[in-house]
Design a protein around this ligand. Sequence first.
Ligand SMILES: Cc1cc2nc3c(=O)[nH]c(=O)nc-3n(C[C@H](O)[C@H](O)[C@H](O)COP(=O)(O)O)c2cc1C
Length: 196
Amino acid sequence: MPRKERQKKRNKRIKVIGISAGATPNSRSELLLNSLLDKFLKVGYKISKIAVRDLKISFCDGFKGCEKTGICKWHDDMRIIEKGILSSDIIVVSSPIYFTSLPAKLKAIIDRCQVYWIRKYILKDFNFKLKKGLFISVAGGTPDFSHAKAIIKAFFSVFNIKLVGKYYLPNTDIIKKEEFIKNINEVKKLIKEVVK
Ligand SMILES: Cc1cc2nc3c(=O)[nH]c(=O)nc-3n(C[C@H](O)[C@H](O)[C@H](O)COP(=O)(O)O)c2cc1C
């Protein structure tokens, strides 16, 4: 079997999950994510995507019951996020910037990860091999993306995901179509951060 074919076969075992916080399937952040996922697919990786907008997620209200039991009181679509992350090797989060931060629903998902934080650091029954993470973000203007990045890093660290690459696209509210298409191609280069 030629080297390229063998590599593609090996790559088939590697799973990539994209988590999109875009408001619609045509959101700029989601189009960038799709483009990167397509690239992963081309090199043979197994890909899947979760759209945050389709999930039913309750807010963490700091009830603290999980501190003793390691179990969240809410039983909702967080199990989709948990299963998606735990069964993947590479996690890509793609999100717009809302008020210099992440959209509330994605932030609600991240807050709900407190139960995993408790399990990892307090109850010490939750740990895994290191995974790789990528972060894509878009913004209408030119905000400081580092606020959102800090939250993503904290989210990733609970699951032992190392943030290895990021792609920010500012000025989406005024960007021309041709310019956006250039970015659609550019974002694919993130693959180099995980495929060595
Ligand atoms: C609720 C809300 C808050 C926003 N806050 C910001 C902001 O703080 N800074 C900014 O540059 N753009 C902000 N925007 C603009 C979005 O980041 C921009 O329209 C982006 O392209 C939306 O992402 P999407 O195309 O993936 O849906 C905001 C948009 C909304 C709806």
